[in-house]
Ligand binder design. Structure first.
Ligand code: 6PG
Length: 236
């Protein structure tokens, strides 16, 4: 199937309506895992747009002590850094009902992200795979997770035999910020998930996705869509 065939669009008039339905869909995905295996694993992206969803999920009536919440990717900064995805994840979800979940971050003491990959994969060996739900974002450059176009390590990150977590070094752009060293779920780790959700807002990112599916098929988001069905949640 083509990348475009793997996309299911869920579009909304408002961001709140999108958050409401995405909260319900995420809970259903986690409940399916709990019913089938007694536990569930949710992989979450950083960035800024997931915050309203995390606020809603933090109050969801789930058996959170049986749920693992792991990062999709990490800017290679410590958890006390303002740009840390782990700080963002814990700040939004380690409260309310979801505080009972098990949180798995990526950052280690290694200064170099490439030196850390084996240790992060050993840490992620405790995460129930495949994920019941992976929440992705999209950059205007077509990156998702930390699979950045032209990044050092991107080819290995996209290989079928890649480990769950892979190290990359992005090319500096207005999208990367100063954090060029990244740890990310590999394409294969995302593609084996039971459900993949891409949450985007605004016309620019919608256009980026549509262009990636039709012509810029080399972009990482298009490569993900070639491998796995993606539910796209979009609001203006
Ligand atoms: C990161 C994120 C990244 C994010 C996109 C979209 O570390 O920046 O994991 O992949 O999902 O950049 O970010 P927004 O959702 O904030 O636009």
């Amino acid at each position: 199937m083509s990348a475009a065939d793997n996309i299911t669009w869920h579009t909304f008039d408002t961001r709140q309506a999108m958050v409401d339905e995405l909260t319900e869909a995420t809970c259903e995905a986690l409940l399916r895992g709990m019913k089938a295996r007694g536990n569930a694993a949710w992989a979450v992206s950083g960035g800024s747009t997931p915050k309203p969803l995390f606020d809603a999920m933090a109050e969801a009536d789930l058996v959170w002590e049986d749920i693992q919440i792991a990062l999709v990717d990490e800017r290679w900064v410590d958890a006390d850094h303002p740009r840390s995805n782990e700080a963002f994840m814990r700040g939004a979800l380690e409260k309310g009902r979801s505080a009972e979940a098990m949180f798995i971050g990526m950052k280690t003491a290694d200064g170099n992200v490439f030196d850390a990959a084996d240790a992060v994969n050993r840490r992620y060996a405790q995460v129930k795979q495949p994920f019941d739900c992976v929440l992705l974002g999209l950059g205007p450059d077509g990156h998702t997770a930390s699979l950045f176009p032209a990044a050092e390590g991107l080819e290995a990150a996209m290989a079928d035999d890649a480990p769950v977590c892979v190290a990359l070094k992005a090319q500096k752009s207005e999208v990367t910020g100063d954090e060029l060293e990244r740890m990310s779920l590999s394409l294969s780790a995302i593609a084996t998930a039971r459900e993949v959700v891409l949450r985007i807002t605004g016309d620019e990112k919608k256009a980026t996705l549509e262009r990636a599916l039709k012509e810029d098929t080399h972009l990482p988001i298009a490569k993900v869509a070639e491998k796995v069905a993606i539910k796209v949640y979009w609001a203006p």
